[in-house]
Design a protein around this ligand. Structure first.
Ligand code: COA
Length: 284
């Protein structure tokens, strides 16, 4: 499947991974309105592409994302309420809806600066892996706004209250190692290992049964705002949904491979999906 070409966004496909680049390296991948429109359009294309099993979102060049474009997104739209609305809606939609609700695993690979509004897409990905040398910062307090959109919300959903308050109110920067210590990202690695470690995580995720993984990632995100009764009900419904959608029959094959074939232990990795498909065919 061919994915369209976009002005501010680049997609490369490699061994089942969709590499999605914010692509304005000369502006440190600051998000202008065009980038929001491009992202809003490309994400459904990637989601529907059968050649892509996982997405890695990263920045072209030396930065991940320098936040909203102060020239084009802020000053440029100050006198243009309709333009602001259109860009604002696209800005929220591609990150808080499309990315956060994506049906395939998503990993933010934070290669350099991740500033202000750039936190949102990093936090909307299921996972984040940073270079030790990456620089994170909530600069808003330093220039006259607060971490708006949904930055403050996503931040406090992710971090302990004390850390969220501290970094939002001081604007102090932190590197990848510190980001991993406080749980802002999953892991941090020296820059020369960043790509291989991020790809290793993507591969591990792609080995899982994709319906089970999809339901699990949506559930982990969704139950955070539910009470126990709601969560119990929701998880039961998601479990039933897996049975309905899963053509590989993970449940029966996983148990068979452990109990009967003794060919794997669920504690240490995914069941053999190829074997499961062969067994399903033999049973038909
Ligand atoms: N909006 C608009 N332009 C931006 C930008 C942003 N958020 N971030 C960087 N740029 C532009 C710079 O104006 C510069 O443009 P120019 O070459 O036309 O002068 C270019 O990108 C390179 O930026 P520069 O500051 O020279 O790069 P650097 O590597 O020395 O520093 C940053 C990178 C990210 C530390 C610095 O650019 C910065 O602080 N940017 C603002 C980040 C911010 O506060 N974002 C919050 C938005 S919610």
């Amino acid at each position: 499947m061919t994915i369209g070409t976009y002005r501010t966004v680049k997609v490369e496909k490699e061994d089942g991974i969709g590499w999605l680049y914010m692509n304005r390296p000369e502006k440190r991948n600051a998000m202008n309105p065009q980038m929001h429109f491009d992202m809003d359009a490309v994400l459904p294309e990637i989601e529907g592409d059968p050649e892509i099993g996982a997405v890695i979102l990263t920045g072209a060049g030396e930065a991940f994302c320098a936040g909203q474009d102060l020239r084009e997104y802020f000053r440029g739209l100050d006198g243009d309420p309709m333009g602001r609305r259109r860009a604002g809606e696209a800005s929220e939609r591609w990150r808080n809806r499309r990315l956060a609700g994506f049906n395939k695993p998503t990993i933010a690979m934070v290669n350099g600066y991740c500033i202000g509004g750039g936190f949102t897409q990093m936090l909307c990905c299921d996972f984040a892996i940073a270079a030790d040398e990456a620089v994170f910062g909530l600069s808003e307090v330093n220039w006259g706004i607060l971490p708006g959109g949904l930055v403050s919300k996503k931040l406090t959903d992710t971090l302990l209250f004390r850390h969220a308050m501290y970094y939002a109110c001081t604007g102090r920067t932190l590197d990848g190692k510190r980001a991993a210590e406080i749980g802002l990202v999953n892991e941090s690695y020296p820059r020369d290992r960043l790509k291989e470690e991020t790809v290793a995580l993507a591969r591990e995720l792609m080995e899982k049964n994709q319906e089970v993984l999809r339901a699990t990632k949506h559930a982990i995100r969704a139950v955070r705002t539910m009470n126990d009764d709601q969560a119990f009900d929701y998880l039961a419904a998601k479990g039933a949904e897996i049975k309905q959608r899963d053509r590989e029959n993970a449940y029966a094959n996983g148990i068979k491979q452990f109990l009967d074939d003794k060919s794997y232990k669920p504690t240490f990795g995914a069941y053999d999906r190829e074997q499961a498909i062969r067994d399903n065919q033999a049973a038909e």
